[in-house]
Ligand binder design. Structure first.
Ligand code: ADP
Ligand code: MG
Length: 422
């Protein structure tokens, strides 16, 4: 029997038409094909598993890296009349969690954090379910080198096997060839063949401006005054984010705040809420701000500093105009801006020296070094500790990464050079 997918979409999900990529992904899954889907932010990637879940018997497991993303999904599903949905994560109390685990097979959709999924008692329960579809959302989090890296994502292959190697869907908006390779390796470890659905990241409602200027601060303030709307200003460092926030407060009457990894989780979550609720006009942020922010009416994204790669640039400007309304992405470039990235790259050389030093530590003591390291160093050390690869292998990785980063920066700078000054 062939199913009229459009009919299901209209009846159950109340949408008139599929967005680009959705139908292709759904069709692959209905043919029992494991699928990697790379679709731009805001495409409605979640609909793919919501939809397939409606048509297949069994549970849909969705591994999701952020509590806010899980909550958003629970609400989306409940709005569609789906009541058997649960988010299983650290926000549950002990007794709530025990209740959920006891009734796990009653749920159709289970949103779960990778950390919770890695727990033994949870894994045991998962292994008893009939799983229709295993979804890895924000699958780029498996990438050791990305800003979003989550060590627990590297355990997924093992857990999939325990769950009987179910039909698998990996979703992301970011897919450099290297990241794609890592997803295939870690999420589709035990699959023979996978389907890939990859759609261009072109977002026609976002106007792109590259402004090569000599006075970035003045240019920024004049844009902000003209724009009169809400948006994000991306900076390369925490220090710059704070500095630009001060500047905006001094020069304009806009409500502004800064956001970076140096703030506590509570502070960050409060800022997010304020930004989404329009209590802030602008957020001066490092790339720590972004994933999981569901604010459809961000009207502009300004890059005060040159991004380190075209991929990150595309990901970051994708936070503008998710509602489809006209939006703008402005990149301010002043000669020499890239030097901050060369500085980060040279930092990776420092790290290698540091990692060499670590050979003389016992495994347990190495953990103790974590708090003293910067974010990038922590991520590397964590990856190293989790995977327990040798220092030689790590050295190779670092070298490769360094080269990759240089190439990515070159591509970004070429883009800036070619863009017309407007
Ligand atoms: P992504 O994960 O790709 O960034 P989401 O799954 O969070 O995107 O969906 C973004 C928004 O798009 C949601 O509000 C969702 O309801 C909406 N959406 C999904 N599919 C469609 C569709 N076919 N037509 C219109 N809106 C859709
Ligand atoms: Mg999503």
């Amino acid at each position: 029997m062939t199913i009229n997918l459009e009919h299901v979409l209209q009846k159950k999900f109340k949408f008139n038409a599929f967005k680009p990529g959705q139908k292709e992904v759904i069709e692959q899954l209905l043919q029992n094909q494991d699928t990697l889907a790379v679709l731009p932010t805001g495409t409605g990637k979640s609909l793919c598993y919501q939809f397939v879940g409606q048509l297949l018997a069994g549970t849909v497991i969705i591994v999701s890296p952020l509590l806010s993303l899980m909550e958003d999904q629970v609400i989306q599903l409940q709005k569609k009349g789906e009541s058997s949905v649960i988010a299983l994560n650290s926000s549950l109390s002990f007794s709530e969690k025990q209740y959920v685990l006891h009734h796990l097979s009653d749920y159709k959709y289970i949103l779960i954090s990778p950390e919770t999924l890695a727990q033994q008692e949870v894994r045991k329960k998962m292994a008893t379910l009939k799983i229709a579809l295993f979804v890895v959302d924000e699958a780029h989090c498996v990438s050791q080198w990305g800003v979003d890296f989550r060590p627990e994502y590297t355990k997924l292959a093992k857990i999939q096997v325990e769950c009987g190697n179910p039909l698998t869907l990996a979703l992301t908006a970011t897919a450099t060839p290297a990241v794609k390779q890592e997803i295939v390796k870690q999420v589709f470890t035990h699959k023979k063949a996978i389907s890939e659905v990859i759609f261009s990241v072109n977002r026609p409602n976002i106007g792109l401006i590259v402004n090569q200027c000599t006075e970035k601060k003045e240019a920024l303030i004049s844009y902000l005054i003209q724009l009169k709307s809400k948006g994000i200003i991306y900076c390369a460092t925490r220090k710059t984010a704070e500095k630009i926030n001060r500047l905006i407060k001094e020069e304009t009457s806009l409500k502004s705040a800064f956001y970076h990894g140096g703030l506590t989780a509570n502070e960050r979550s409060l800022l997010q809420q304020q930004f989404v609720a329009n209590q802030l006009d602008v957020l001066c942020a490092t790339n720590a701000f972004g994933m999981g922010i569901d604010k459809p009416d961000v009207r502009f994204v300004i890059h005060y500093d040159c991004p380190d790669s075209l991929e990150n640039y595309v990901q970051e400007i994708g936070r503008a105009g998710r509602d489809g309304q006209a939006s703008v992405a402005i990149l301010l470039y002043q000669k020499g801006d890239e030097s901050v990235h060369y500085y980060f790259q040279s930092e990776s050389r420092l790290d290698r020296a540091l990692l060499n030093e670590l050979t003389s530590y016992q495994i347990d003591d190495r953990e103790m070094l974590l708090p003293g390291l910067n974010e990038i160093q922590q991520k590397w050390l964590q990856g190293y500790l989790e995977k327990e690869y040798t220092l030689d292998e790590l050295e190779q990785r670092l070298l490769r990464k360094e080269k990759e980063r240089q190439q990515q920066l070159t591509v970004m700078l070429d883009y800036i050079k070619q863009a017309k000054c407007r």
